[in-house]
Design a protein around this ligand. Structure first.
Ligand code: FES
Length: 113
């Protein structure tokens, strides 16, 4: 039987370190769990998305948040920050947890155990 599990990877030791690293920027490129990702700040919320637009595979480094959507800089496709869905496509996105021992990103995987 297959189960979905989540591997949590710590990428900052605290929320303060995240905020200090981000500074006044609203996005940050990260490499985590073998993936190129973009951390986005949207007002007081943070989102983690894959640095690859599902439309033509281009970088999302210059993507901007508008409401509950992230907008690709190339053809302005909009993807939900909640579901990753938009224009019949799906943008990979990852949950973030703020814990006492750091800031973690979740990566789902199949397990046979
Ligand atoms: S490459 Fe992102 S919308 Fe076209």
């Amino acid at each position: 039987m297959f189960n979905m599990k989540t591997k949590w990877v710590r990428f900052f030791s605290s929320e303060e370190e995240l905020l200090e690293t981000l500074g006044k920027r609203n996005s940050l490129c990260l490499e985590l769990n073998g993936k190129n990702l973009i951390l986005l700040r949207n007002e007081d919320q943070f989102h983690l998305i894959k640095d690859k637009c599902p439309h033509q595979g281009l970088s999302m480094k210059e993507a901007k948040c508008e409401g509950n959507y992230v907008v690709c800089p190339f053809h302005q496709y909009r993807f939900s920050l909640e579901t990753g869905r938009g224009h019949g496509l799906y943008l990979d996105h990852y949950p973030i947890e703020f814990r006492e021992d750091g800031v973690f990103a979740g990566f789902e995987y199949f397990s046979i155990f």
